[in-house]
Design a protein. Sequence first.
Length: 340
Amino acid sequence: MGLRPNLLTRRAAGVASTTFALLLSTAAVGVVPAASAYSAAPDNTSCAEPANAHADARVRGGSKAAHKRHDPNELTAKQVQEREAEFAAALRNSALRSKSSYRTGSTEGVTVALAPITVPVVVHVIQRDSTRAGGNIPDSMINSQINVLNQAYSGATGGAATGFTFQLQKINRVTNTSWYPIVQGSPAERSMKTSLRTGGKNTLNIYLGELSDDLLGWATFPKRTLDVMDGVVVLGESLPNGTATNYNLGDTGTHEVGHWLNLYHTFQGGCSGSGDGVSDTPAEREPAFECPTGRDTCAAAGKDPITNFMDYTYDSCMYQFTPGQASRMVNAWTAYRASA
């Protein structure tokens, strides 16, 4: 597949919410046995960040070397298996609380109809000073980013409807040179989030600013207990109408929110095993950069999912989530974030 069809027209058209039904399937929560090239916050004792925090970064650029350089702690096969087992257990416990039908010892669920899920969003703009060059992006860019999220997650850009709607609650502007630029895994990042994060597990906190190491953004995966580090960090100039060439349509935000809702990269696990744990995303050996139409790096059926929001391609190339990814995100919301 090539560039997304009628992207700008679709994004300008707005989003409609509808009731939807999703299958809570084994494929959506199955164990992923293979390791992946996957960014995690460094195990920095001064930061007190646990080794399995599972923060994930999106890399700017077009080389495998750049990707590797920004992966200080790749997830091992054991870490992924443990994380998937914990996810399945959390989902089963959630089903028991809601009296849904689950077979003992199985992660397989039932088809359920759900009302659209509204996610409250708090945006923290981290600034060096009051200038645009110092991180002070306008409200209009933030509002456009929320619109991009809503169109992407509604399926309006051409992918599956996920049922998620994002509602901006507050824009919080903070001038603090010790937090600027935002450095992944640093004591300063922890200090920033400890001071600023608001809301419960269901509240999406987005931190915008200049980022370290040429990164576009990173995110935390959901956990049973709310962690102060929970949230999404995004390069401010990657928002719509920003200055990050090829990455300024807002899809770094779309990508990182996908991680916040428990999606792996499409290239998780490479060509082996269960890959990203979603059955309808074709296997991909390594991340795709730019927009390599027709790329096929694995022998399994299907060309590389370069138009999926969870790859590394240009914003102009990515436009979709799959039904399986939608199911996995709803499962994760049910297991981890449904209660404030």
